[in-house]
Design a binder for this molecule. Structure first.
Ligand code: SAM
Ligand code: SF4
Ligand code: F3S
Length: 443
């Protein structure tokens, strides 16, 4: 009888990409994917711990599937394995609900673990890979593909679990990355995301170069791959963003004019407490350099680059005055989009020792206040697109509308003209704008 697996993924694009590698290992050893939990012999849950709310959701899911509780609609012999970003204290609680926990960087040993759990597995050569990123991915989409260029993080921002749960930075060899992208483009993939927690410290030699220049070289190599496709990347750390990288970014036409550069706080004092070694002035200077480079090297609407950022409100010690500094910074930097998070204390991190002294309601207030400013700057950015014709990658259909992304990463919808356009590039004239989306007419 063929064994069936079901993977549940929480967290960021990196975890989604890791799940695609898990799927490949399972297919190689004879498992089939199941769309439903009910008939799965093996359930793998890929976990995120970035905020307490993330792990709470994971916990709820795991308890509802737990092997320690009878569950009439699930396969009674099901095995449950956990992986991903898990803090030590959570591992202890989670163990009783599952048959095992494996570290994602030990993915190549998954076949042996499954054998020990009693599964009959097909002969395979998974263990010949030295590192888990060498395992090929079972890409889920024919339109968008995630390609990790590195894993781990060396930065130890005071609030963040990533260095603890993913370990130190390891860069993937450029040849492997280029080879994977070439085969994706051959298959017709239209959008490639290069992933890493700090892509600017990508290293071609695995040595800690930390200048941003190796990433610039990689971008150039990816941009030189033949074919009609877009390149996006995330995340960048301001401290490792080099002038050379900005130049290459602006000059490389396949690289879309969308740049996520997390600021985390608009107050120098809070940035210091967060162990983010740059000032607001330096951040502003970097986005000015980037905007100037796009004005210089790009044409038409591509002269405008969409800057997005991440920001945390209510970090320990964020007084009213420091939050005001963040407000002022956001009024000044005019981002096209921002991901706002309320600070969530995480065990093992440096900030966990600090008193979480901004109340929950105050964090919510600050989030709301910041959101108002971001909505204004997003609307201001989107106004530049009114009546312009833009290239759109069509991603899905929702009722009568097609939904897609512009090169600036705005969501855009337009009416269906009865032809299937999913997975295609089309031209759309923007007829309506809002802070979080555009509407248009296909041309
Ligand atoms: N590597 C990226 C960088 O340098 O900014 C960030 C990656 S992290 C996976 C994604 C986002 O989660 C961060 O940018 C931060 O805003 C948010 N985040 C991380 N830890 C957090 C915490 N303890 N509380 C609230 N938000 C957090
Ligand atoms: Fe976390 Fe900082 Fe690393 Fe980003 S750079 S993953 S925020 S420790
Ligand atoms: Fe979460 Fe791990 Fe990503 S903690 S945000 S899944 S790197």
């Amino acid at each position: 009888m063929t064994m069936k697996y079901h993977i549940i993924t929480f967290g960021c694009q990196m975890n989604v990409s890791d799940s695609e590698r898990i799927a490949k290992v399972l297919k190689n050893i004879g498992f089939l994917e199941s769309n439903s939990l009910e008939d799965a012999n093996l359930i793998i849950i890929n976990i995120c711990s970035i905020r307490q709310s993330a792990i709470d959701r994971v916990n709820g899911k795991i308890k509802s599937l737990s092997i320690s509780v009878p569950h009439p609609s699930l396969n009674k012999n099901r095995k449950i394995l956990l992986t991903g970003c898990i803090l030590k204290k959570d591992k202890i609680n989670l163990r009783k609900h599952c048959n095992g926990i494996f570290k994602i960087d030990e993915l190549i040993k998954l076949p042996s673990l499954l054998k020990r759990l009693g599964f009959k597995i097909k002969k395979n050569d998974t263990e010949k890979n030295k590192h888990y990123l060498q395992v090929a991915a079972e890409h889920q989409s024919n339109i968008t593909a995630y390609v990790p260029i590195m894993t781990g993080c060396n930065n130890f921002c005071a609030y963040c679990v990533v260095p603890y749960v993913r370990g130190p930075e390891i860069s993937r060899p450029a040849d492997d990355i280029l080879c994977e992208i070439k085969s994706l483009v051959k298959r017709g993939v239209k959008e490639v995301w290069l992933l890493g927690q700090n892509v600017n410290s990508y290293s071609l030699t695995s040595a800690n170069t930390r200048t941003g220049n190796d990433f610039a070289k990689l971008l150039k190599m990816v941009n030189d791959i033949e074919g009609n496709f877009w390149i996006r990347f995330t995340s960048s750390h301001p401290k490792d963003l080099s002038r050379e990288m900005i130049e290459v970014f602006a000059k490389s036409d396949k690289l879309t004019p969308y740049f996520n550069l997390p600021i985390q706080s608009g107050s120098d004092e809070i940035l210091k407490l967060m162990n983010r070694p740059y000032s607001v002035k330096k951040y502003k200077n970097l986005i000015k350099q980037t905007r100037d480079a796009f004005k210089k090297y790009r044409k038409g609407i591509e002269k405008e680059i969409a800057i997005s950022t991440d920001v945390i409100v209510g970090f320990p010690g964020e007084t009213k005055k420091y939050f005001k500094d963040t407000i002022k910074t956001f009024e000044n930097i005019n981002v096209a989009f921002a991901y706002i998070s309320r600070y969530s204390p995480r065990s093992e991190t440096a900030a966990f020792k600090l008193k979480d002294n901004v109340s929950h309601s105050e964090k919510k207030q600050r989030e709301k206040r910041l959101l108002e400013i971001i909505e204004k700057s997003a609307l201001k950015f989107n106004k530049k697109f009114l009546n312009k014709k833009v290239d759109v990658l069509v991603l899905k259909k929702q009722k009568d509308f097609y939904l897609g992304k512009t090169r600036h990463y705005q969501t855009i919808r337009f009416l269906n003209d009865n032809e299937n356009k999913i997975g295609e590039f089309v031209k759309v004239k923007v007829t309506k704008i809002a802070p979080y989306g555009l509407e248009g007419k296909i041309q």
